[in-house]
Ligand binder design. Sequence first.
Ligand SMILES: *[C@@H]1O[C@H](CO)[C@@H](O)[C@H](O)[C@H]1NC(C)=O
Ligand SMILES: *[C@@H]1O[C@H](CO)[C@@H](O)[C@H](O)[C@H]1NC(C)=O
Ligand SMILES: *[C@@H]1O[C@H](CO)[C@@H](O)[C@H](O)[C@H]1NC(C)=O
Ligand SMILES: *[C@@H]1O[C@H](CO)[C@@H](O)[C@H](O)[C@H]1NC(C)=O
Ligand SMILES: *[C@@H]1O[C@H](CO)[C@@H](O)[C@H](O)[C@H]1NC(C)=O
Ligand SMILES: *[C@@H]1O[C@H](CO)[C@@H](O)[C@H](O)[C@H]1NC(C)=O
Ligand SMILES: *[C@@H]1O[C@H](CO)[C@@H](O)[C@H](O)[C@H]1NC(C)=O
Ligand SMILES: *[C@@H]1O[C@H](CO)[C@@H](O)[C@H](O)[C@H]1NC(C)=O
Ligand SMILES: *[C@@H]1O[C@H](CO)[C@@H](O)[C@H](O)[C@H]1NC(C)=O
Ligand SMILES: *[C@@H]1O[C@H](CO)[C@@H](O)[C@H](O)[C@H]1NC(C)=O
Ligand SMILES: *[C@@H]1O[C@H](CO)[C@@H](O)[C@H](O)[C@H]1NC(C)=O
Ligand SMILES: *[C@@H]1O[C@H](CO)[C@@H](O)[C@H](O)[C@H]1NC(C)=O
Length: 730
Amino acid sequence: MWSFTVFILINIVCLCNLIGNVRAEDFRAEVEHSTVSLQFEKGGVANIPCNISLLPLRDQVQAVIWYKGNAQHNPIPLYTFDVRDKALEDGEHWSDNKILGTRASFRYQDEPAKLVISNLKETDAGIYYCRIDFKSNPTLNFQVNVTVSVPPDKIILVDDTGEYVDKYVLGPYSEGDSFNITCIALGGRPKPNVTWWKENVIVDNVSEIATRKRVKNTLHLYNLTRENAHTTYTCQVSNNRNAPPLTSSITIDMYFQPLRAKLWGKQHILSAGNTYEISCEIIGSRPRPIISWWLDNIQLNSGKELSNSVNYTSTSFLTFKPSMDQHKKIITCKGTHPIFLNSTVEDTWKLNIYYKPFNVLTFDQAIDKNNVREGMDVMLHCNVKANPMIYTINWQYNGETIYNNLLADTIINNQTLLIKNISRVKHGNFTCTGTNLEGIGESNPIQLDIKYAPQCRPGQTKIYRTALHNRVEIRCELEANPKDVEFTWRFKYNDGNVVNLPENFITSESTSSTIYYSPSSEDDFPTLICSGKNRIGETEDMCIFHLLPLDLPEAPSNCKVTKQTESSLHVECIDEFNRGIRGEFIMEVYDAQTGKLVRNVTSKDPTFVVGELESGIGFDVDLYVLTKDGKSLVTHLPTFTLTNDYFNANLALLPSTTTLLGMLVGIVGVLILLAVIIVVTIRSRAPKSQNTSEDNGFRDSSGRYMSMRSNKLSSKTNSNDSCDSFDTET
Ligand SMILES: *[C@@H]1O[C@H](CO)[C@@H](O)[C@H](O)[C@H]1NC(C)=O
Ligand SMILES: *[C@@H]1O[C@H](CO)[C@@H](O)[C@H](O)[C@H]1NC(C)=O
Ligand SMILES: *[C@@H]1O[C@H](CO)[C@@H](O)[C@H](O)[C@H]1NC(C)=O
Ligand SMILES: *[C@@H]1O[C@H](CO)[C@@H](O)[C@H](O)[C@H]1NC(C)=O
Ligand SMILES: *[C@@H]1O[C@H](CO)[C@@H](O)[C@H](O)[C@H]1NC(C)=O
Ligand SMILES: *[C@@H]1O[C@H](CO)[C@@H](O)[C@H](O)[C@H]1NC(C)=O
Ligand SMILES: *[C@@H]1O[C@H](CO)[C@@H](O)[C@H](O)[C@H]1NC(C)=O
Ligand SMILES: *[C@@H]1O[C@H](CO)[C@@H](O)[C@H](O)[C@H]1NC(C)=O
Ligand SMILES: *[C@@H]1O[C@H](CO)[C@@H](O)[C@H](O)[C@H]1NC(C)=O
Ligand SMILES: *[C@@H]1O[C@H](CO)[C@@H](O)[C@H](O)[C@H]1NC(C)=O
Ligand SMILES: *[C@@H]1O[C@H](CO)[C@@H](O)[C@H](O)[C@H]1NC(C)=O
Ligand SMILES: *[C@@H]1O[C@H](CO)[C@@H](O)[C@H](O)[C@H]1NC(C)=O
């Protein structure tokens, strides 16, 4: 305690001495000259500088004394550093107990040297004087205005409506929106500055005093743009440059409307049937847009989508298989903001689709296709739809190319085919094909339905043979289109009579008609004429059928005895009618007297030889033809064998005298003439009998034939026997 008092006393003495060395005016002038203002935070540490190593004064420091207070009034010392006759490190420190106590220390070794006051109190604020005494130089004084600040308590953010903002992210806002946000600092002394910063740039430095304890700063954000998105605004509250500020930040979230749509590849030409992937980019939408695809007004199924959140670009890919119908249609890609549904951007693409020619074959308007008649001129049009333009058109009939043939009946004029004087055989398929870059396209086939009047169908049985009273079926086939044919049958008799068959005898169906007929008499073998009528007309080319009796061979003709001897006969016919016949010639030789069959000879040819006959008697020779169909009429030939005398006499007489010979020749000549006359008469009677038998028309009835022959035999015995066989001999 004692030593402490002594120490104070010494100090006071020293101070008095020191102060005494400097005049008050100088001191004040110097102090005023070099005031430094420093601010420190309450509770912190204040470093109050006092440069003890000022350059021009290379002098030994004796003491450093700190005062506090007003220069006008008596400043009271707070702290002393006494280094009189000592090294600095041995210097004595003294601190005013009431004010600073152990909180203060003088750090002479720092550059500059400083008084350090810790645990700073608000009452520590004030003007501090630092007096430096030197050994030889005058005293130096420094003056430091120390302020002690109280940091603000906290920051609050309030929006336009006065609500506290406790989120870090504000929004989302739309472009063009405006909003205010107010930063309020509570407490703090001196009053803090409230500033708004955008990143590192101050944007609003105007703070206003709201109430006694509040300072606020309102940040006005007008017409928000895309640039404002994700921007962080920071409110800084500070009342001490040396202390870190209190801060509070907000970030702005924004929605962007889509800016534009971009369809890629619009310049391309598409081929029908191929598959393409078309992409559409929607730029500038946040969040990602809804992308839709449209073909004219029909929505297509969306493809896969890719989105880039950095440049706000979304791309949609549409898998598209164009068809010919879609040529010139418009593909639209729309990007719609998911929130602002009315905010849509779009891009369109008028499709250019290449396709194979699509041909429709039609009849010329002037032609009633249901009424195409034979002989008409038919015009067909090939209506082509193609992209790109076709470069050729071809025409086909049943798949075979048709060539232009001006002279004939087909005339081709690019898209028109003219078939002149059409015939019913042209009922196949007509087609046209068009060719372009994409390929060949074939039209629908047109099958001509050519109407024509009924015609006789070729290749029918035209000759019917039947026996009397035998029912025969006669079938008539016509060709006609349309096929409903009304048939007419006519009978034309040999005498020129024509009779129409009554309808109830006719059985017709479509294009064929059948009748049944049985000839009742020999004259009842008419020619049948079948014709028909449809709505196009009547038959011109009719079917004519011949009804004939069963086909029996003709009786052998031109038969004569070519050689006769005592015991043999040679008979030969030159038969024109039965030449080449399949059958046999038969010769029956009867004894003319008894009517008894003497010989029955069969031959392939109408040439017969019979021997070993009785000489000098008459014979009836019957000649006929036998085929599988039956037996022909019979040709009768009466003859005889020579007598032995006749033969001998001729031999004896021939070598005698010429007169006798001449006489004999005359007699023989007369005899031959006589014989010829007889033969001619017989001959002329024979065909007559044949005719009668034909007239009766009973060829096929052998019973009747027999009775006819017996008639002949009786007449022959009467007239011919004597003449034929004996007159010649005598
Ligand atoms: C103290 O004074 C000396 C001499 O004039 C000078 O060199 C030095 O920079 C001063 N120090 C400060 C912190 O001002
Ligand atoms: C010291 O600083 C405070 C606050 O900056 C000021 O109000 C005061 O007038 C100053 N005193 C002197 C003497 O300059
Ligand atoms: C923001 O503050 C300005 C100025 O006080 C005011 O005119 C405006 O209406 C405020 N904006 C909103 C969105 O409240
Ligand atoms: C605010 O900043 C502007 C320039 O940015 C400046 O001119 C103005 O003096 C400052 N006001 C305050 C109170 O700091
Ligand atoms: C905001 O936009 C409106 C209209 O676009 C304009 O009149 C106004 O000046 C803008 N305000 C600011 C601060 O740019
Ligand atoms: C507060 O603002 C005033 C005026 O702009 C300025 O002089 C002072 O240094 C600022 N205080 C702080 C702690 O920034
Ligand atoms: C957006 O980014 C994607 C991927 O990086 C890129 O493919 C696309 O071209 C970009 N779009 C724009 C409009 O920059
Ligand atoms: C879109 O709709 C909103 C309301 O839902 C409306 O305010 C806005 O004006 C509309 N925008 C357009 C471009 O129609
Ligand atoms: C048909 O041919 C005529 C000339 O022969 C020509 O003028 C016309 O353009 C052709 N039509 C088509 C569709 O090719
Ligand atoms: C039409 O063709 C037929 C044969 O099909 C022929 O007889 C007739 O003379 C032709 N008519 C004309 C006018 O060429
Ligand atoms: C014509 O076409 C029809 C239908 O396509 C087909 O049934 C018919 O067989 C064809 N005729 C010919 C002769 O090719
Ligand atoms: C003669 O022969 C033929 C064939 O052999 C026979 O058909 C015919 O009945 C015979 N004539 C007589 C009268 O017997």
